[in-house]
Design a protein around this ligand. Sequence first.
Ligand code: PLP
Length: 404
Amino acid sequence: MFKVEKIRKDFPILNRKVNGKPLVYFDNAATSQTPQIVIDSIVDYYSNYNANIHRGVHTLSQEATSAFEEARIKIQKHFNAHKSHEIILTSGTTHSINLVANGFSSLLKKGDEVIVSTLEHHSNIVPWQMLCKRTGAILKVIPISLKGELIMDEYETLLSNKTKLVFVNHVSNALGTINPIKQIIDKAHEFGAAVLIDGAQAAPHIKPDVQQLDCDFYTCSAHKICGPTGVGMLYGKEEWLNKLPPYQGGGEMIAEVTFKKTTYADLPHKFEAGTPNISGGIAFGIALDYMNAIGLENIAAYENELLIYGTQKLLEIEGLKIYGTSKNKASVISFNIEEIHPYDIGSIIDKLGIAVRTGHHCTQPIMDFYKIPGTIRSSFAFYNTKEEIDIFVEAVKRAKSMLL
Ligand SMILES: *Cc1c(COP(=O)(O)O)cnc(C)c1O
C-alpha cells in the first residue's frame, strides 16, 4: 500500500489554505513541492557550513566541497552515469540545453541537419533555432498524431547521413506522452547522430538509466523532483563533453590563466564556471534520496492510479476534451471544455484553492497543432489523492456552469 497520508506530512505547504480552502496542488509539472528534509538541508547549509567550494583549505570550505561532490555522486548513481564527472551541475534544464547547443556551434556546418519534435518545450526548441541561425544547420521537425504521439515512421524518413543531432523530451510536459526514446536513440545512432534527451518531465516519474538508454546527453531540473529551484543537471557522455568547448568562462573552469593563453579545467569543472548553487546542489542530492526512499516505481504506479481515476472523472463532464491520449502517459491531463477559455476556468477554481496551469505550457507548436490557444493542465504528484481529484472535478463542474 502506498502510504500517501504519511507522505503528505513531509510537505509543510500541503497544510496551507488558499482563498480559505485547503490547497489542492495540481501544478506539479510546472514545479513540485518541497519536503521538509530538503528545506532542512538548505537551512543546515547556511546555518552551519556556508563557504565557497573547491578553493579554501579551511574546514568550512572542505565540508561544503565534500557535501557538493557527494551530491554529484548521488546524481550519478541515480541516473546510472558511468563516471561522476559526466554529471555537470547547472541551473536547470534550460541552462543544460543551452550549454550543449552552444557547444555544437563549433561542430556543425552549413547544410547539416538537426531534428526536434513537435512535442517539445520551448527550452528544447529555441536554443537549437539559435544554433541553426549561427551555423546554417537545418531544423527538421518530427510530427505528432492526434493522440499526441510522435509519428515514428516520419522520424525515420527525416534521418539521413546529414543528421548530426536529435533532441526530444522523454515525457511531454503539455500532454504527458512518454516517448519511445530508446527507439529514437538507436535509430539516430545508426546515422551517427548524437541524441539529447530533455528529461525535465520524466525525472519526477521515471528513473532513467543513461547507460542502458545509450543517450549522449540527458537533462533535468531539481525543482520538478522535490528539490529547489535554480539547480539541475546535464549528463553527457565523456567523449562528447570532451569534444564540446566550454560554455561560460570564469573562475573554477580553468587550469591556468595568462594573458597569452588560458587552459581549461578537466571535467566536470570545465562546464562549471563561477560559484555554483552550492546549497541547491546539496539539496538536489537530498531530494533524490527522498524520492528513492519511496521508490520511483512505487511513485509511478500510484500516480498512474491517479491518472486513470482523474481521466475517468473528468470525462464524465459533458463537453470536456482531453488532449494527449497516448497509452504511455505520465500523470498529466490537459483539457478544455467546449469554447470556454482555459484561463477563465483556472481563475474560478483558484478561488476554490485549486492550483492548475492554464495556457500554452511553453509548447506553442502543440497548441497550434490542435488549433487551440491553450489548455487547462492538471498534473498529479505522488503526494496527491483521489479525494483531491474529487474536489477538483466538482470545482471544474461549478466553473463550467458559471461560464456556459
Ligand atoms: C520544465 C521543463 C523544461 C524547462 O525546465 P527549467 O527548469 O525551467 O529550465 C524543459 N523541458 C520540459 C519538458 C519541462 O517540463
